[in-house]
Design a protein around this ligand. Structure first.
Ligand code: FAD
Length: 293
């Protein structure tokens, strides 16, 4: 099917994009990679009067460390994050997730900001950013807001972004001490959305867990941060028993539904197995970084 008629604007500054968006925010959509929006337009599930294409705005694909954070510009493509050497060295959870998103075509165009703004509970970035305690930076008519990712993600396809705001970047705190992380994703076939995804991030001080971050994909109406499991880990020494207990708590926080990808009980069991496995992997990476095995 063809999309409904729409006006198309491709500004080359953020101010201009915000001005166009502000004219009729309820009838306007921001276009980033188009990998979720264009299918929705074609199916006529969305029929905005205007599209504001932000791809020509310079600087929105920044990827650098600054002031204690990794700054990821909203237009950073999944593939850019998969290939970046700084990300590869210092942000293992991001580096592990990026190449598991969709297929090469989607990864070439899809953006981190578009993915988070879309609010799909099966989206992989939401869980990664929950594990990393990231913040989403948005600009609107009254200025800039920094929204913790756990407040940004509200419900299925619903975020706390206002209609007249644009996501500009994602801020990920720089890891401290020795750290490790992983993204474990079960999919029916390569390129599929997750049946279950688990993001894990650990920071160790010696063998004590200084910070633990977890995020769960496709097991609820939004990406889930299993805080009970994170709290159980924090301040304790790494052990298989502790990881098993955290995995049990994470599975308890999951709220999956039975669907074509499998029954709820199976998905919950996968969460438990993947959290345990991801924590062991993150611990081994952190020990290797600290020169211990
Ligand atoms: C075949 C296929 C398989 C896929 N598999 C996966 C997968 O395994 N895992 C996964 O996580 N994702 C998957 N996706 C989704 C993909 O990652 C998309 O790229 C992503 O969800 C949306 O990013 P985008 O840049 O394409 O956004 P767009 O499609 O351009 O926009 C999506 C939504 O976000 C809004 N938006 C975009 N950018 C901004 C911004 N800066 N500020 C405010 N609002 C904004 C748009 O208005 C729209 O509502 C898949 C998509 C396809 C087509």
């Amino acid at each position: 099917m063809f999309p409904s008629r729409f006006d198309y604007s491709a500004p080359d500054s953020l101010d201009e994009a915000l001005a166009t968006l502000g004219q009729r925010a309820d009838e306007t959509k921001v276009l980033a990679g188009g990998q979720s929006l264009i299918p929705l337009l074609k199916l006529r599930f969305a029929a905005p009067a205007t599209l504001v294409d932000i791809n020509r705005i310079p600087g929105l694909d920044v990827l650098e460390e600054s002031n204690g954070h990794l700054r990821i510009g909203t237009l950073a493509r999944h593939n850019q994050l998969a290939a970046d050497s700084l990300v590869g060295r210092r942000y293992p959870t991001i580096a592990s997730a990026a190449p598991q998103i969709a297929d090469p075509l989607v990864r070439n165009l899809g953006t981190i900001g578009g993915s988070l703004a879309h609010g799909d509970p099966a989206g992989d970035w939401g869980s990664v950013m929950l594990a990393l305690n990231a913040e989403v930076v948005v600009r609107g008519p009254t200025g800039e807001r920094r929204i913790p990712i756990d407040d940004f993600l509200v419900d299925i396809f619903t975020t706390s972004l206002n209609e007249d705001e644009i996501v500009t970047e994602v801020l990920v705190p720089q890891p401290e001490g020795s750290f490790g992380g992983a993204y474990l994703k079960l999919e029916r076939k390569v390129g599929d959305f997750a049946t279950v995804g688990v993001a894990v991030h650990l920071e160790l001080d010696g063998d004590t867990i200084a910070r633990a971050g977890l995020g769960l994909t496709a097991v609820g109406s939004r990406n889930i941060k299993p805080t009970n499991a994170e709290n159980a880990l924090g301040g304790n020494k790494c052990s298989d028993e502790l990881f098993a207990e955290a995995a049990r708590l994470a599975a308890e926080a999951a709220d999956p539904v039975s669907d074509v990808r499998g029954p709820a009980t199976y998905k919950r069991a996968v969460v438990e197995a993947y959290v345990k496995r991801g924590l062991a992997e993150a611990r081994d990476q952190a020990r290797a970084r600290a020169g211990r095995t």
